[in-house]
Unconditional design. Structure first.
Length: 77
């Protein structure tokens, strides 16, 4: 990973590598600044909710861990 990259860019790379069943990106606010951290579901084995949004990378990561657990339990029904 590029040591000169912005921490948000580094977090985005880590999230994308860890949660491959989601498309992960930052939303863009109406003023052009970056907004929420967003994950959209592409693999139903990776989560339940089609889209999750949180204000920080850490919050999104925690939500995606829960999504994976929810999907795992849903498959065991």
């Amino acid at each position: 990973m590029d040591r000169n990259a912005h921490p948000d860019d580094q977090a985005l790379v880590r999230l994308r590598a860890e949660f491959t069943g989601h498309r992960i990106f930052r939303s863009v606010r109406s003023d052009g600044r970056l907004g929420e951290w967003v994950a959209t579901l592409h693999d139903p084995r990776a989560g339940v909710d089609p889209t999750v949004m949180y204000p920080t990378a850490d919050d999104l990561r925690a939500a995606l861990v829960k999504e994976a657990d929810r999907a795992k339990h849903r498959r065991s029904w």
